[in-house]
Design a protein around this ligand. Sequence first.
Ligand code: AMP
Ligand code: MG
Length: 502
Amino acid sequence: MTEVLKADVLASTELFRFDNSYARLPERFFAKLPPTPVAKPRLVRMNAALAGELGIDPGHLASPAGVRVLAGNAIAAGSDPIATAYAGHQFGGFSPQLGDGRAILLGEVIGRDGIRRDIQLKGSGPTPFSRRGDGRAALGPVLREYILSEAFAALGIPTTRSLAAVLTGEAVARETSLPGAVLTRVAQSHIRVGTFQYFAAKGDFEGVKTLADHVIARHYPEARAASNPYRAMLDLVMAKQAALIAQWLLVGFIHGVMNTDNMSIAGETIDYGPCAFMDGFDPGQVYSSIDEGGRYAYGNQPRIAQWNLARLAETLLPLLDDDQDAALGQAQAAIDGFGGMFDKAYTAGFRRKLGLRMDEAGDLALGQGLLTVMAANKADFTLTFRGLCEAAAGPDHESALRGQFADRAAIDAWLASWRQRLAREGSDISVLQAMMRAANPAFIPRNHRVEAALAAALDGDFVPFETLLAVLAKPFQDQPEFADFMSPPRPDEVVRATFCGT
Ligand code: AMP
Ligand code: MG
């Protein structure tokens, strides 16, 4: 007979100050269940700085009682654990029921900044949404999400965060047997485009309305004062996503699985799977082994975001207007607004990368001109822009940048046009360089570094993982002692494909 392990209740001490607004929504929004305990929890990483921001005592979190909570072996006081329901378009095909198949939302806390955030365990055991999955996560993907999400936070790009990673002491069966782990993820919420689709697909318009009201109260309170609050909410979600995707493109990031269930209503980057930063620039770059058609290629991301948001708009039709045609008109107008929102965010971000403060009509074309030369030369995305910060000091400082280009004439022609434009700014060089260095990171989580850190961790050596996290925590600072981490992979280190690894 197998013994059924049950998480026990830790009522004595207060680890989190929970206030669980999502768990107070109607029952059909989730399944109530605790995480499934694991054999032998062992903390491998705790994010003390993030704990502090959330008003959580890091010492308590790392204590044996805290680690039991992070592993799902104990339920903290005030927790009301749930697995949330959602649907989603995956690679264009609709799945009416996905949901948290391997995650449990423990509850919500209000951080020192006054913002409410979810505390979620990922890899915490089966739920009614698990379908054929085991509800678990392997160590590699857990550490990968940890590295990527914390790198994003340091880059200033909206993202879910990682509070802790715990080894379970159990194996998970994937292509091989791998050590199991649980990630504690922090998000402004886990509400996705697919959450709206879940209710809309059932014809549950009351559910859509309840969800929209929750989203407005939680994320977009400014929409409440608008003449059409649901249209205002839609516009705000779209603006957040447009700004987010612009930031991805401006650092050379490819999400890899932009399914509607992986798009956060709060506008954070979420569900780091087979994502990757580019080394050599190629607008058609795809890494994910499952993205055979290139649907989620680097340069397709704005279009796909708009497509996903059109699916969101569809779910809101009954709320946008009582009259069907008028509702369709509202939805269409909102969707049509995406291009302008994206261009605005992208152009503003590109200007900062090029050191431009004034707003001139040709600026985007200037940036695109550089990308064209980069693509033709497969120039390293990050080193090119970081090299541009050096080049800002004058033509004698171009060698690092020019080294990225086999076609010197092409990059020299571009540099000449950039210098002409820069001359009209009249910026002080040190101010200009400081501005550019704050927009062009030196350090990104390069695929080969991430893979090397995960491989070492699988062998029990967490030093490369810790080192990588430390370097990525200061992406805009020159860190000469870690110059190696700036380098693209050697030919034998190139990572050609990334895997979901779920
Ligand atoms: P993801 O690819 O992580 O975005 O997950 C897509 C869907 O599959 C979500 O509904 C997940 O909860 C579910 N899923 C992924 N991996 C597992 C797993 N190991 N066990 C159960 N459900 C899973
Ligand atoms: Mg997902």
